[in-house]
Write a protein that binds this ligand. Structure first.
Ligand SMILES: [Fe+2]
Ligand SMILES: [Fe+2]
Length: 475
């Protein structure tokens, strides 16, 4: 097992020491990264001692080492999954050829764009979440927030490594620009819409990590199929970390629901106003948050018809989810795929060439996967004998990108007039009043083993530690 030397300034398993030019470029970028972290990373955390998982090697036995780390001492490393020397390109026009170890000249611009777009989401989510540490409902949750944040920081490192190692001067410029854009900034925003939305409270954070980190999973899975082997290996290792982010989201929402249901049951309540009066989040508000995060996240997959998506696939740059497990020709020239449009005021499916519909293919894979957690959340409600059920909205609801942008569709999939949609929006999406109510519940709880009133404790701790473990130390 090749382990990582933590005495190195930049821990890595890419033999950074053997490439002086690259090492120097990254060492020059690192202080800027540190400044970015101090400015835009989790607020008020710079003296905290936090129980974190740190990768010490890319092997299954070595990537999850736990221990308390002082935040300024955390070091972000560069890890790629092990190389398979036999690996061949699995799809597109180069199918069957050996995977590329260097960037093919004709695909250079597109690969750079793919890497920059992925890389941009990583610091963006840290920026979106930077205030949340001040209102964490427990030490356990505070620790999970930091774990997600440091790993998003490491994902940025992963993409910056590729830019520096394979893209020369324009790669270095792109790496600098990744530290200059800011989530929500009017002049220099992050590239993708959902990454410029605020993550104002912990319910939003849990929804974000459930839905939007899952978008990350599907994008990374598609890139893990790439014919450009260093990108495939980097994203494969990132996926091991992404699983925890989605766990934080699913279990976080589950614990909010659990607590609400306990209170509803104990007091025999159904009315959201009465539920709120007892300091827990009503299920109706949880549904509106779900609708918002689901619809904003599925826009991240891009337009339903996209010649870029077709080009990326045919060139072997970006595959489908679980590409190698699929039993077709992996070229897709004659295949079709159903996409939605509006005709005569109704949603109708029509067949589009699968190559240009690959964003839609990935979006549908995501939607199927995301329904699983919603069903598990409903089990909790059901177990409490309550009739309410959460539901993922129709995929045409509240869309901003592709053919469904500008069409007014209800969460149930009914096309309605603009005025009717506007009137319904307050029932379907979080209102200012909802957000103010949730914000008013937020407040930092720092006593080990204690939890804010609006959320249940988790069934087990991190790394089998007890629930009242000091996941964060303040001195
Ligand atoms: Fe990430
Ligand atoms: Fe993530």
């Amino acid at each position: 097992m090749m382990s990582i030397d933590y005495t190195d300034l930049i821990p890595n398993n890419v033999e950074l020491g053997a490439d002086r030019t690259l090492q120097r470029a990254l060492e020059a970028w690192q202080p800027n990264y540190r400044n970015w972290w101090l400015e835009m990373g989790p607020e008020g955390t710079h003296d905290l001692d936090i129980y974190l998982r740190t990768a010490i090697s890319a092997e299954p036995s070595g990537w999850a080492q736990f221990g308390h780390v002082k935040m300024p001492d955390y070091r972000w490393g560069i890890f790629l999954a092990p190389r398979d020397p036999e690996r061949a390109i699995g799809f597109g026009e180069h199918r069957g050829q050996p995977a590329w170890q260097e960037v093919p000249g004709e695909h250079r611009a597109n690969l750079r764009r793919i890497i920059v777009t992925q890389g941009d989401t990583e610091p963006a989510s840290v920026e979106q979440q930077r205030h949340l540490g001040l209102t964490a409902p427990s030490l356990y949750d505070l620790r999970n927030l930091f774990q997600v944040n440091v790993e998003e920081g490491r994902h940025l490192w992963a993409m910056v490594y590729l830019l520096h190692r394979f893209f020369g001067r324009d790669g270095r410029e792109e790496a600098d620009a990744l530290l200059e854009r800011r989530s929500g900034d009017t002049d220099n925003p992050r590239i993708l819409g959902a990454f410029n939305e605020r993550t104002p409270d912990w319910l939003a954070f849990f929804m974000f990590t459930y839905f939007t980190d899952r978008d990350g999973k599907f994008q990374l899975c598609a890139l893990a199929e790439s014919g450009f082997d260093p990108l495939a290996r980097t994203t494969r290792f990132m996926l091991t970390e992404e699983a925890h982010h989605m766990f934080v989201g699913e279990s976080g929402v589950a614990r909010v629901i659990q607590r609400t249901c306990e209170v509803m049951k104990a007091h025999d309540l159904r009315d959201p106003a009465q539920v709120r009066a007892l300091g827990v989040i009503d299920l109706e508000t949880i549904q509106r948050y779900l609708n918002f995060h689901f619809s904003v996240t599925i826009d991240l997959f891009g337009a339903d018809q996209s010649s870029n998506a077709a080009g990326f696939y045919s060139a072997g740059l970006k595959g489908r989810f679980e590409e190698t497990k699929r039993a077709d020709d992996h070229v897709l020239k004659d295949r079709v795929y159903p996409v939605l449009t509006v005709a005569d005021g109704r949603l109708t499916e029509h067949e589009a060439p699968m190559l240009t519909a690959l964003n839609e293919v990935l979006r549908d894979d995501f939607i199927r996967d995301s329904h699983g957690g919603v069903a598990r959340w409903n089990k909790i409600i059901e177990k409490h004998g309550l009739p309410f059920r959460l539901k993922a909205p129709h995929k045409a609801f509240n869309r901003r990108i592709g053919q469904l942008a500008g069409v007014h569709v209800t969460p149930d999939g009914q096309v309605v007039a603009a005025a009717e949609w506007q009137a319904g929006a307050a029932h379907w999406l979080p209102t200012e009043a909802d957000r103010a109510f949730v914000a008013a519940l937020m407040g930092r709880v720092v006593e080990p083993g204690r939890f804010a009133n609006w959320i249940a404790p988790p069934p087990v701790g991190i790394n089998r530690q007890p629930i009242d473990f000091s996941y964060v130390r303040f001195d």
